[in-house]
Design a protein around this ligand. Structure first.
Ligand SMILES: C[S@@+](CC[C@H](N)C(=O)[O-])C[C@H]1O[C@@H](n2cnc3c(N)ncnc32)[C@H](O)[C@@H]1O
Length: 189
């Protein structure tokens, strides 16, 4: 059983309750044209997919939790995929966009994660990261809750996340919003 299999039934409710739903900002930062193949890494219950897939050609939700994936709402262009983000079973250069929303800090071995995402993205493909500022007060509360629920997590500051992203991508957007941040990187050709 994976970490989120314990809480998948309550996940979407908790996101609403704690006001962690940043889908409008993600959409604005992504600027989808409608013809993109999207990989939502750690895409969970598909709450972003529901919002973004109508503006995508194909939308893949990759997650290691069968419970989370069981909540995904069916749509003709939405494909839930069970797997580990550090060992993706996709061909090289498969995707136009990769999204990691509230996901990075749950995954150990960030280098392997980024290598895999860079591998499956097409040249000029974009990666969007949304995550939480490690030392912010609100994040400290979230970290405590997640430690209680899941054990160790891997939070970064926005500057640490930016430096890591820059090893693989050109930064095209870096938005600091207090307790959370959004980074958009473009894969080098
Ligand atoms: C906090 S949830 C975020 C879900 C979704 N991205 C959102 O914004 O609502 C983190 C998700 O990452 C998934 N996850 C954690 N480690 C993973 C890994 N190594 N490979 C794939 N998914 C993983 C979890 O199962 C969980 O669904």
């Amino acid at each position: 059983m994976k970490k989120f299999d314990k809480i998948y039934k309550y996940y979407d409710g908790a996101i609403k309750f704690f006001n962690l739903n940043k889908k409008e900002e993600i959409k604005e930062a992504l600027k989808l044209k409608g013809d993109e193949i999207v990989l939502d890494v750690g895409g969970g219950t598909g709450r972003l997919a529901e919002f973004l897939s109508p503006e995508s050609k194909e939308y893949y939700i990759l997650d290691e939790s069968e419970g989370m994936l069981s909540r995904v709402k069916k749509a003709s262009n939405v494909f839930p995929v069970f797997g580990d983000a550090r060992n993706l079973e996709f061909e090289d250069l498969s995707f136009d966009i990769a999204i990691m929303s509230d996901t990075i800090h749950h995954i150990k071995n960030h280098e392997k994660l980024f290598e895999e995402i860079a591998r499956v993205l097409k040249p000029n493909g974009r990666l969007l990261i949304l995550d939480f500022e490690k030392y912010n007060f609100k994040t400290r509360i979230l970290r405590a809750c997640e430690f209680f629920l899941f054990g160790k997590t891997y939070f970064m500051t926005s500057d640490e996340a930016r430096s890591l992203t820059e090893k693989y991508f050109k930064i095209v957007d870096f938005i600091k919003k207090g307790y959370y941040y959004i980074i958009v990187g473009e894969k080098n050709v």
